[in-house]
Design a protein around this ligand. Structure first.
Ligand SMILES: [Zn+2]
Length: 230
């Protein structure tokens, strides 16, 4: 974990990033894009990893609500379990919650036994707050030869992304919009973060929220619905 990256206050995420031994930031270019089975034409999917964050996820939900948009959240399971009210709100407002992880591990660096244990722990934590995920965004989008098997065992569909905001770097909303606008098209899956994950170079998610508001405007102009990939 990049030690310069502050943990989220009250997140209860003590395990986050423990295995990021090379200090690489979360979810870089290694993600495997996957539009996902059943992804409907006419939709743009915003996805947010590493939350929930009591402050920033709540603000993000306000923005999504104002835009009548639905999004998908892939929270750190311990953070989700520590914020039951926020999880309730995410679900009540029509968003989807998928599995991310308990410990933020790279599958390619771990055994299937380790992956099974982490998945079981994460699913138990999510179940404790009423979440039974169908989608799985693996940490950093990294997969191993066993990832698909563990996904099948748990009836999960692994979902990647087609557009990476790199919001963990601390770019402004304007920078992110300019960098991604051409790819915000029908069927795109956008990776962003509502929590401060391992390796992040920013202290908050303010720019991600501003970016989301601008993407919502863009979607309206382009005739696209902001929805979920499932
Ligand atoms: Zn992550």
């Amino acid at each position: 974990m990049n030690e310069s990256q502050p943990e989220t206050a009250g997140s209860g995420a003590g395990r986050v990033g423990r295995t990021s031994r090379d200090g690489r930031p979360h979810c870089p270019r290694s993600g495997v894009p996957s539009a996902g089975k059943g992804f409907r034409v006419g939709k743009l999917a915003l996805t947010f990893d590493d939350g929930p964050d009591p402050r920033w996820t709540a603000r993000l939900l306000d923005v999504l609500g104002d835009a009548n948009a639905r999004a998908t959240f892939f929270p750190i399971a311990s953070r989700a379990a520590a914020c039951p009210g926020l999880i309730d709100r995410i679900l009540a407002e029509g968003h989807e919650i998928g599995l991310h992880c308990d410990e933020h591990i790279r599958h390619s660096e771990r055994s299937i036994e380790c992956g099974r244990r982490d998945t079981a722990r994460a699913l138990r934590l999510l179940a404790s707050v009423g979440v039974r995920p169908k989608l799985w965004r693996t940490p950093w989008g990294d997969t191993a030869s066993w990832s698909a098997q563990v996904a099948d065992e748990n009836r999960l569909q692994i979902v990647g992304w087609t557009v990476d905001t790199h919001d963990w770097r601390g770019d402004t909303a304007g920078q992110m919009l300019r960098a991604t606008k051409d790819d915000l098209r029908d069927g795109a899956i956008v990776l962003a973060h509502d929590g401060i994950g391992p390796g992040a170079l920013r202290a908050d998610a303010r720019e991600t929220i501003d970016y989301t508001a601008r993407v919502a405007e863009h979607a309206v102009a382009a005739g696209l619905e902001l929805g979920t990939p499932s």
